[in-house]
Design a protein around this ligand. Structure first.
Ligand code: FES
Length: 103
């Protein structure tokens, strides 16, 4: 069973923003979309672009390198050039803490 690890506090990732964290050997991009948090791997599967430096468009995160997009809920590609999905991680909020589970 995966264990949830505290990554940061709720106020640290504003609505509509993405922040990157290095936790438990993983580089993740943590997104706040209308008060719901989503965690994905930070590296784009196209050419290693830093997704956490990208922008959110609805539930999509846009890679700043070539404009590829992924749905942060599922990791699926929503705009080329990437063709492989990104990893997503379960997120929960416990009090003021945002926690992410890794395999
Ligand atoms: S590295 Fe992300 S779209 Fe190319």
């Amino acid at each position: 069973m995966s264990e949830f690890i505290t990554v940061t506090r709720v106020g640290e990732v504003k609505n509509g923003k993405v922040k990157t964290f290095h936790v438990n050997g993983h580089d993740i991009a943590l997104c706040n979309i209308e008060g719901t948090f989503f965690a994905t791997q930070n590296l784009c599967t196209h050419d290693g672009g830093p997704l956490g430096d990208g922008e959110l468009w609805g539930f999509d995160i846009e890679c700043p390198r070539h404009g590829g997009r992924f749905d942060v809920r599922t990791g699926q590609v929503t705009a080329l050039p990437p063709i492989r999905p990104i990893k997503t991680f379960p997120v929960r909020v416990e009090g003021e803490e945002i926690q992410v589970a890794f395999e």
